[in-house]
Ligand binder design. Structure first.
Ligand code: ADP
Ligand code: MG
Length: 261
């Protein structure tokens, strides 16, 4: 059975996409079979994996509208495979923004992704879903399909407040739509230990969430931010960068913890 995780946080710019592509590549590098699902109409995880979002014949949009299967719509970028970090990508582009409206009134509209993934369950060790920065129908499809949620966050003043909304949503989805769903962990992203406030918020996180805070910390590292413009995850673009090393460590932590946490 595949382990299916959503990378979610309703805040934009916290590092969801960076986490999704680098965790996918990091897991692939250590021998795991991975499917990345881009659920954000911005298509950043698609482009960041080297798939041209403007040239895709089929995407996650077609899968949600049940006009295509995942096997038909997904692709496996060669550049990633050549780098020893090959994973499969179910891409997204602007078309996906329309799915929200087109699915209104459809039955079981929040379960479209879950149904589609059932057909590939077992083909992958990990399925990672990059969610848009909103608690929308698209995110709900992700949460209904997953067994766990990974929450990347920056250690800033309002971070804890936003987390309360997200953990409530996870509880509600768990209670009403998907009994399997759990918060897997909080990932401290773009961390700079020299900033006292970040250290304080990190301490507060540990105090509130204990073992739900991942051991791995992803530092602020410009190489991770540069990589997408080359259509590569940081761990492929510059494996020696300290951000990339942190993601390889995070991939190992995920394999170890898996669904236990
Ligand atoms: P989200 O998907 O949550 O909107 P992104 O992953 O797109 O967030 O990240 C937002 C911006 O921050 C991007 O420009 C990305 O390249 C940059 N970024 C993400 N993680 C890091 C990091 N660890 N160090 C430096 N820049 C980062
Ligand atoms: Mg994103």
């Amino acid at each position: 059975m595949s382990q299916i995780f959503c990378i979610a946080n309703q805040k934009g710019g916290v590092g969801k996409t960076t986490t999704t592509v680098n965790l996918a590549a990091g897991l692939a590098k250590i021998g795991q079979k991975v499917l990345l699902v881009d659920l954000d109409p911005q298509g950043n995880a698609t482009m960041g994996s080297g798939v041209d979002k403007r040239a895709m014949p089929l995407s996650v949009y077609d899968v949600l509208l049940e006009s295509s299967t995942i096997a038909e719509a997904a692709s496996a970028p060669e550049k990633l495979r050549e780098a020893g970090a090959g994973y499969t990508v179910l891409g997204a582009n602007r078309e996906l923004a329309g799915a929200e409206v087109e699915l209104v009134g459809e039955e079981r509209r929040e379960r479209r992704l879950r149904q589609a993934l059932a057909a590939v369950d077992g083909d992958y060790d990990f399925i990672l879903i990059d969610c848009p920065p909103a608690l929308s129908l698209l995110t709900l499809n992700g949460l209904c399909a997953a067994q766990g949620v990974i929450v990347p966050m920056q250690c800033e003043y309002f971070a804890l407040e936003g987390l309360a909304d997200l953990t409530n949503t996870i509880k509600q989805v768990h209670a009403n739509l998907n009994r399997d769903l759990r918060l897997i962990g909080l990932l401290r992203m773009m961390f700079d230990p020299r900033i006292t406030l970040q250290q304080q918020v990190s301490d507060q996180l540990k105090a509130h969430y204990g073992p739900k805070v991942f051991d791995t910390i992803i530092p602020r590292n410009v190489r991770l931010a540069e990589a997408p413009s080359y259509g590569l995850p940081g761990v492929v673009f510059d494996p020696a960068a300290k951000g990339s090393k942190a993601f390889i460590e995070f991939a190992s932590e995920m394999v170890e913890r898996g669904l236990r946490a």
